[in-house]
Write a protein that binds this ligand. Sequence first.
Ligand SMILES: NC(=O)C1=CN([C@@H]2O[C@H](COP(=O)(O)OP(=O)(O)OC[C@H]3O[C@@H](n4cnc5c(N)ncnc54)[C@H](OP(=O)(O)O)[C@@H]3O)[C@@H](O)[C@H]2O)[C@@H](O)CC1
Ligand SMILES: [K+]
Length: 530
Amino acid sequence: MTCGEKEAGRMKTVVSSVQAKELDQYAIEEMKMPSLILMERAALAVVDALEKKAETLKCVLVVCGTGNNGADGVAVGRILHLKGYDVNVCCLGEEQRYSPELRQQLEIAKKYCVSLVNNPSWNEYTTIVDAIFGVGLSRNVTGFYLEAIKQINQTFARKVAVDVPSGLCSDSGRILGHAVRADETVTFAFLKKGLCLYPGCEWAGETCVADIGIYERKNETPEAYTHAVEWQDVRCLLPKRAENGNKGSFGKVLFLAGSRQMAGAAYLCASACLRSGAGMVKIHTAQENREILQTLLPEALLSTYAEGQADFQMLKEDLEWCDVVAAGPGLGQGPQECSLLQFLLENCAKPLVLDADALNLFGKNPHWAKKLPKTCVFTPHLMEMSRMTGKTLEEIQREPFHSADEFAKRHQVICVLKDARTVIAVPDGRSWVNLSGNSGMATAGSGDVLTGITAALLAVGEDPAHMAALAVYLHGCAGDVACGRKGDRSMTAQDIIGALPEVFKRGVDKNGEKQSNKGIYIAGRDCAKF
Ligand SMILES: NC(=O)C1=CN([C@@H]2O[C@H](COP(=O)(O)OP(=O)(O)OC[C@H]3O[C@@H](n4cnc5c(N)ncnc54)[C@H](OP(=O)(O)O)[C@@H]3O)[C@@H](O)[C@H]2O)[C@@H](O)CC1
Ligand SMILES: [K+]
C-alpha cells in the first residue's frame, strides 16, 4: 500500500529513525515530491494541532535546532505569523551548521518579517513548539541545547513537539541526557519506535501521526517494518465464527497448568481461553486442583495426576485430543513437572504456547530447543527472558525489538516479549509493538490470561504470528475496559477476563470502531477510546 489509504488489517506502520530518513528520501527522489512541500505539509499539520487549542496560542515560541526538524519549526513559525498569531522563532546552534532546508526556511521567514529572537524570556510564552531535534538526534544532549530543554520543561507553557520530543531517542524511547516533556507530539508519516516504547511514549504526550505525503515503498514486504495492531484491524484479523460450527470446530485447547496449590493460574488461563472463543478446554493438572477447578470453571474438562504419579499415557491421549496446547501457568518447576513438560515437547506437533514455569524450565534445559513443534509461541516477561537468554534485564529493556527478534530467529518461534509495551517477533523478521493496555495489567495472573487468549486464537487463526499480535492487543483492550471499570489500582486478572466479552463484541460489531491505542491517533480520524 503506497498511496496513503489505509487498508483494514494492514495495521499501523512503526519505523526506526533510519527508515524514517530512507522513506523521506524515497518520497523526494523516487516519487519526485519536493522536500519543501513535505516540510510545508509537516508544518501545516503542526499548526493544525496547535489550533485545536487556539486559546493557548496567545504568545508562541518556536525553538529550532540546526537540522530539518528546525526547518520544520521555522515553517511553523512563519505560518502562525501569517495567520496573525504573536510568535517568536529562536534558532539554537551555530549558523555554519544549519541544514540547506533550514537556511531556505529562514530566508523565507525573514522576507515575511517573522520575529527571530536569540535569548527568549522562556516564561513569557503560552505555547512552546519544540523543533530542536527530530529523528536526526545522534548523541546525548549537552551545552546550550541541554539548557534550552531544561528551560522549556520548567515553563508552564503548552509544549508541542515536532516529530519527536527533542532529546528522545526515536529508536529506543530512551532519554539521551535530557528531553522535552511534551504535552503533544505531531509525528510525520509514521509512528517512530521510540514513541511507542517507555519512557518515550510518556514524554511524547498525546501523539498524532500526520500524513504529509510520505508512504511506504511500493511492494514492500511485511517484515520491512514493525506494525501496531489498531482497533480497525481487529474485525479483519479475528477469524470469523462459522454459523454452523460446533464446539469441536472452534478449537480444543489443552492446558498443562497448575501444580499442587496453584489452581489459580490454571483457572485464569483456561477461563480466558473459554471467554476468547475456544470450543473446548481441558486442564491437565495436579489432583489437588480438581475440586476447586470444577467449582470455579465447570465448563473445563480435567485430567489430573497424583503427586509423584505423572500419567504420561493420559497426557499422550490429551495431546491427541487437542488442537492447541498451552503449558506453564502455575505449573511449578519440580522434577515431576519437568518430566511432564519434556514428555509434552517430545510428543507434541501441535501449536504450542509456552509461558511462566514452562519458560523457566526451558531456560534450565536448553537442549529442549530441538524438540519444539513447528508453531510455538513463547510469552516471556523480562525476567523470564533474562533467565532463558542470560541477558540482563537492562540489556533486554534497552533493545526489546532486537532481543525478541534474536530469540525468535534462534529458536524459530514466535516471541511475545511482555512489558508495558509488549514486542512480538517472528522468525521471518516481522514484528509488532502493542499499544493497548495500562499499568493496572501489571497484576498477578495477567500473563495467564494472555496465555489463554493466545491459545484460543491459535486454535482458529491461519497465521499464528497475527494471532499472537492480536491476542496481545485484545488482552490490552480488555485491560483498558477493566481499568475503566475498576481503576488501575484495583483491577485484577479476573477483571480482565470479565472485560473480554465486551472487547470481542466490539471486535465484530461494525459500529464498534473504537480505539484503545492510548494517546495515539491519526490526524483527521476521530477515534474514541475504550
Ligand atoms: N527530509 C525532509 O524533507 C523532511 C524532514 N523532516 C524533518 O526533518 C527531521 C530530520 O531532520 P535531520 O535529519 O536534519 O535531523 P534533525 O533531527 O533535525 O537533527 C539533526 C541536526 O541535529 C544535530 N545534532 C544531532 N544530535 C545532536 C546533539 N546531541 N547535540 C547537538 N546537535 C545534534 C546534527 O548535527 P551533527 O550531528 O551533524 O553535528 C544536525 O544538525 C525530521 O525529524 C522531521 O522533523 C520532515 O519535515 C519531513 C520532510
Ligand atoms: K522535536
